[in-house]
Design a protein. Structure first.
Length: 404
């Protein structure tokens, strides 16, 4: 088949869950099909990775800059469309989609954000990978805010819910990363889990530095991650230090904003972006994920498990992974319980090592991209059989387009 793959954000660098999933899906699909990627590009760093992506697909890019965001906000208000969708709709993207549609057998939308650029009706089957139930995420976030922000977020949650339902009706197949998210999106949503690269995220060798610090990882520009980091530093870590006075905490991830100023201390380091997240996890005495919001599968938990780091998380962070408590993960849903589990791992290295091994085994057994790739390819085999699609020859020369 020839698949038109649409992404609101360029797949590399894969610093967010939707970018990582898009990158892995493109690589997996390119093994059996021809892939044409149309994607916005927002930075010089993304532009520097064009050739790397173009090795797996035909590529057309559309610059995405702040003026487009402003126009998207006005479109959203005029159309009663969710901001998360309107921000990524543009005449340049719609024109590019129309240009490629006559020569493809299917369209794959990476998140609901990009799907508004596909014409209705779509002349070929459309697959919408919702990833998670974004309306549910916004609904939960709004409940924790005060007016007037809570009203604005609740309004976006309602618009997202309507848009999710409309897309689910239009799509030939709808995807989500977990049964929990699929149930929120509708009865016919197919689960293709979010996974981890178990060949890159690996435990350290015997020559590595000893495990020492508590580590939290994540994009800190994402509100649920920022809130979790703050909770860990301010509410949980003090209890840990009561039991383990020399404990140290590292908060690792891009876009820390004010967290470095608010949280950094002699015992707490806020690193910002690091080039090698694997090294951070390989030397973590405990990986902490006190996340109480957001949907989908928590990549930070899977990455820590793949690296053999023992994980302490909330029930919310374990949702979609369903690791076995006390065998593959430790669960703490309040500050005292969470701190007690972290302190126990710092004090009992044998137990920590056993938990880390069990987490690694779970990641390899059930959350390998290679395993999930079989499910993705099976989906497109079904679509190909229905359409009687035949392979076509394509080039891999990257090209550009007008600005969005």
């Amino acid at each position: 088949m020839r698949i038109l793959f649409l992404t609101p954000r360029f797949p590399l660098p894969a610093v967010k869950g939707d970018k990582l999933r898009a990158w892995q899906f493109i690589r997996l699909l390119s093994e059996a099909h021809e892939v044409v990627l149309i994607s916005y590009v927002a930075s010089e760093e993304e532009r520097s990775r064009l050739q790397e992506v173009a090795a797996f697909c035909e590529l057309e890019t559309i610059p995405f800059r702040k003026p487009a965001r402003t126009a998207g906000m006005f479109r959203a208000m005029a159309m009663r469309r969710p901001f998360q969708a309107a921000l990524y709709e543009s005449s340049a993207m719609r024109e590019a989609v129309r240009k490629w549609l006559p020569g493809v057998d299917a369209v794959h939308c990476n998140t609901l954000r990009i799907a508004g650029n596909v014409p209705t009706p779509c002349p070929v089957p459309m697959v919408v990978d919702f990833i998670d139930a974004l309306s549910k995420t916004y609904h939960g976030a709004g409940e924790t805010m005060s007016m007037p922000l809570s009203a604005a977020v609740a309004g976006e949650a309602r618009r997202l819910r309507i848009w999710e339902q409309e897309l689910a009706r239009r799509a030939s197949h709808s995807l989500a990363v977990s049964a929990h998210d699929a149930a929120s999106l509708g009865p016919d949503v197919r689960v293709i889990r979010h996974c981890v690269d178990v060949d890159s995220f690996i435990p350290s060798g015997p020559e590595a530095s000893p495990r020492k610090d508590i580590v939290f990882t994540g994009n800190l520009g994402y509100r649920p991650n920022a809130e979790a980091a703050w909770r860990l530093a301010r509410e949980i870590f003090p209890y840990v230090r009561q039991q383990v006075p020399d404990a140290r905490l590292r908060i690792v991830g891009p876009d820390p904003r004010g967290l470095a100023r608010e949280l950094a201390s002699e015992r707490i380091t806020v690193t910002g972006f690091v080039p090698d997240i694997v090294a951070e996890l390989q030397t973590a005495a405990a990986a902490a994920a006190p996340v109480n919001a957001g949907g989908g599968v928590k990549t930070k938990v899977l990455e820590a498990m793949a690296c053999g780091a023992p994980v302490v998380a909330t029930s919310e962070a374990n949702r979609g992974i369903e690791a076995i408590p006390n065998e593959e993960i430790l669960i703490g849903d309040n500050a005292m319980d969470f701190a007690r589990h972290v302190a126990a791992l710092l004090q009992d290295r044998e137990r920590a090592a056993a938990l880390g091994r069990a987490g690694r085994e779970l990641a390899v057994r059930e959350f390998s991209w290679r395993q999930v790739g079989k499910e993705l390819l099976a989906l497109y085999e079904e679509l190909g059989s229905e359409r009687g699609a035949r392979p076509r020859v394509c080039s891999t020369e990257p090209r550009g387009s007008e600005e969005a």
